[in-house]
Design a protein around this ligand. Structure first.
Ligand SMILES: [Cu+2]
Length: 627
């Protein structure tokens, strides 16, 4: 963490433990994030215990939205971190620039297209091999000159079932591939017009449910035009538009022997999303700048009725928003940043069998924040902010989780969620020591809590509104013992309470700490990481979010991992590591139950309380870059 509020990192640098080739596993290496495990990939990321649409997850400023009504595909399932150039996490409701404002955090995976002053080309490639038949391949090629540029990025990742620390195979094999192409025109220094397209697909076995994902086809088209240095007032004007489609099929046939004759053998679900945004950076005075804009997003979800492959719409959502975010420099040591956003939402229930079939609901949401960033002496920067974020319920909360066992729909009854949050933090830096801390407290009115108790045939969970509060912190320290030796550590915790039901707020991860040591002489480096997680005894069985629920207490664990890296030339890197060296058997508190969703084992696999994490894993990775 370089700044107290914003975490930035380079997704091309390997992480430990080795992430699956998806965004959630990658985020897990950042303090404050946890991942709910479902199998080998497609885990659900949460930040400070908040997941789903409380996290605004974007690639190149577009929202990615999964298609599965059973939440097989979190947005991060379609994000392959290594093909992006930069990952940014903005903690708390402390920006209003992006549509579907995330009340807990804003997470951006971005490409940074090269600017060419003369003809050039570059290439980056990496190969990875690991235990359990894991192998990843990735290429990125760029070419351009003063007038145009082009990019190709492609990746493939595959793994067999992994084994947990007890040596039991987990139903978790997967494959994902992705290809994307970008073409840009730069007719002059201040103009950029860019077209991009990407396609990805894959399949994944799940250890926590009765079905597996056999198709996750995503197609994406995006257009972006940007003009900079227009006048003294208008620093830039940007227009962007995108189209996304997800075609998802899950079944209980392809990756396992069929078990439930009363269930449809397969289900198909499609999600189409269009987004557009016009924004401008303004310089109002020397010490006052602004970003203002309007945006639109619309989506339609459809599913087949019982495995017949005939798609019918079950819902549509629209939102139109406007925002302004201002930065005022009061003096060299203090900036004030504030913003407001308004969105007009509407949603239609298009399900045939629903007590609210054909009904529409329309509602506005309002967001605002204000924060002060201060230099506190020469080595310390700090901030204090307040944010108010209103969140319209998402597809899963309004449609997937809206029918009670009595058949009544919560489509109209589920209220929008309102978060009021205080964020505070500071970073201290000198030559050998860096200490950072961030903390928060919030009160959430109408927190959308999913109640999975009393589920029946065809009912998974029901959206309810409760009042809740959470508070927590992330701390980090890095100390240089010498030029070559560095120590680092982090600690994170979130406490939460459901004030309506007078119980623990569900799905909050326990206290977690990490200690790392690294030796680096510029050619060779050696590192080791100890990750320690406390037991979680605060839980509310049967309550949770759109992706999972509490199933009981969890035990503490400590996992030791080690790595070595070698740089034979300036552009070649070879990394190797062993994760979970002592082959410990463990599971994360928020992970899904290790049964088939009907309370019994998947045929041929051992049933565990939760989906266990991988046991000892060896991996080696090589990357090569040249211009
Ligand atoms: Cu699915």
């Amino acid at each position: 963490m370089e700044a107290p509020l914003v975490v930035e990192t380079d997704p091309k640098i390997p992480r430990q433990p080795l992430p699956a080739h998806d965004g959630a596993d990658f985020l897990k290496t950042i303090p404050g994030f946890s991942v709910m495990r479902k199998g080998g990939t497609d885990g659900e990321a949460t930040f400070r215990g908040m997941g789903g649409s409380r996290l605004n997850i974007m690639v190149d400023d577009q929202n990615v939205v999964g298609g599965c009504s059973m939440r097989m595909d979190a947005p991060t399932a379609y994000i392959f971190p290594e093909i992006y150039d930069k990952l940014t996490v903005i903690k708390g409701p402390q920006t209003v620039q992006y549509s579907n404002m995330g009340s807990a955090a804003t997470i951006k995976f971005d490409r940074e297209p090269k600017v060419y002053s003369e003809p050039g080309k570059s290439f980056y490639g990496s190969l990875l091999g690991g235990s359990f038949g894991r192998h990843d391949e990735l290429i990125q090629a760029e070419i351009g000159n003063k007038q145009y540029y082009g990019e190709l990025r492609a990746s493939n990742s595959q793994s067999n079932d992994y084994k947990d620390g007890d040596g039991n195979s987990v139903h978790s094999r997967y494959r994902r591939w992705n290809a994307q192409a970008t073409f840009g025109l730069t007719p002059d220094e201040n103009t950029r017009i860019e077209f991009s397209t990407s396609v990805s697909d894959g399949w994944a076995a799940y250890a926590d449910r009765a079905m597996d994902g056999v198709k996750f086809l995503r197609e994406n088209y995006a257009f972006k035009a940007e003009k900079t240095h227009i006048s003294d007032l208008i620093e830039s004007l940007t227009f962007q538009a995108s189209y996304n489609s997800i075609d998802h099929i899950m079944d209980q046939v392809t990756l396992r022997s069929r078990k439930y004759m009363m269930m449809p053998p397969s289900a198909r679900l499609d999600h189409f999303t269009t987004q557009a945004k016009l924004s401008s950076k303004l310089r109002l005075e020397d010490a006052l700048s602004a970003v203002v804009g309007i945006d639109y997003s619309g989506s339609t979800h459809s599913k087949d009725t019982g495995g017949n492959n005939i798609l019918q719409d079950d819902s549509s959502f629209q939102s139109i928003g406007a925002f302004a975010e201002l930065t005022k420099t009061l003096n060299p040591a203090q900036n004030l940043i504030g913003g407001i956003r308004m969105n007009a939402w509407s949603a239609e229930d298009k399900r045939m069998a629903s007590t609210t079939s054909g009904q529409t609901r329309s509602e506005n949401t309002y967001n605002a924040f204000l924060r002060s960033e201060n230099a506190l002496g020469s080595n310390t920067v700090g901030y204090l902010g307040y944010g108010h974020a209103e969140r319209f319920p998402d597809y899963w909360e309004l449609i997937s989780m809206s029918s009670s066992s009595m058949g009544a729909s919560a489509f109209q009854a589920t209220k929008k969620e309102k978060t009021d949050q205080i964020d505070v933090g500071a970073v201290y830096k000198n030559d050998s020591l860096k200490i950072s801390g961030s903390g928060f407290y919030n009160r959430v009115d109408n927190f959308i809590l999913i109640n999975y108790n009393g589920v029946g045939m065809g009912v998974t969970g029901v959206s309810t509104n409760v009042d809740a509060e959470t508070a927590g912190f992330e701390l980090g320290a890095e100390y240089g013992l010498s030029k070559q030796w560095r120590l680092n550590s982090s600690l994170s915790y979130t406490y939460g309470r459901d004030l309506t039901n007078q119980q623990a707020l569900a799905q909050l991860p326990p206290l977690e700490g990490r200690i790392g040591v690294k030796f680096d002489d510029a050619q060779w480096s050696y590192g080791a990481v100890l990750r320690m997680v406390a037991a979680q005894n605060r839980y509310s069985t049967g309550y949770g979010n759109i992706a999972g629920k509490d199933i009981g207490a969890s035990s503490s664990f400590a996992i030791f991992s080690a790595n070595v890296a070698y740089r034979p030339t300036k552009t070649t890197r070879i990394y190797a590591g062993v994760d979970n060296l002592f082959d410990t058997t463990y599971a994360e508190f928020i992970s899904r139950s290790g049964s088939d969703g009907m309370g019994s084992a998947i045929p041929g696999y051992v049933q565990t309380m939760r989906v266990n994490e991988p046991g000892r894993t060896f991996w080696i990775k090589a990357s090569l870059a040249f211009d």
